[in-house]
Design a binder for this molecule. Structure first.
Ligand code: S3P
Length: 172
């Protein structure tokens, strides 16, 4: 069974959906940010502050690479992970199925806090919007795109992802 990688912008609910989906499928849930924190022994926030974004991205790529050896896992990626060609390649070569949680910008914007050390990539609203637009084509390169309104519960979103997975598997 292929591993599943949830991708999308901050605030899309990748972690909550990931947990619900893993439970539904009987898979293990893995949070990529938590893996980075475990490997480096410090929070994502601290990695950004002390070592910089490039160090975070290297650790993120290394953590992602290590998930390829795992079996039956749902991986919630960080919002920037699928925006690197190297990372998308790791997922593809590892036979992973990537799933974009596609929410309207207005919904994401309403969910996101202002600039906060906990979310080092967030800035002013217009900067966040620009970042989202830059990233969207990368997210859209996922194997499966699940369009969401933002009204769904994590369990309902997990069900939608599951259905899309079945449809994709049947079609190939
Ligand atoms: C990031 C998103 C965060 C985390 C880090 C960088 C990004 O994850 O990986 O702060 O570049 O969008 P979430 O998408 O889970 O917030």
């Amino acid at each position: 069974m292929p591993n599943l990688y949830l991708v999308g912008f901050m605030g899309a609910g990748k972690t909550e959906v990931g947990r619900a989906l893993a439970e539904r499928l009987g898979y293990r849930f893995v949070d990529l940010d938590a893996m980075v924190e475990e490997r480096l022994g410090v929070s994502v926030q601290q990695v950004f502050a002390d070592l910089g974004e490039a160090a975070f991205r290297r650790a993120e790529t290394a953590a992602l690479r290590s998930t390829v050896a795992l079996d039956r896992v749902v991986v919630a990626t960080g919002g920037g992970a699928f925006c690197s060609a190297e990372n998308r390649d790791i997922v593809r070569r590892g036979q992973g199925v990537s799933v974009y949680l596609d929410l309207p910008w207005e919904v994401l914007e309403a969910r996101l806090p202002g600039p906060s050390p906990e979310r080092p990539k967030l800035g002013r609203p217009e900067e966040n919007r620009r970042l989202f637009e830059e990233r969207r084509p990368h997210y859209a390169a996922a194997t499966i795109i699940v369009r969401l309104s933002g009204e769904e519960t994590p369990a309902a979103m997990a069900e939608m992802v599951d259905r899309a997975l079945v449809e994709t598997t049947c079609a190939t």
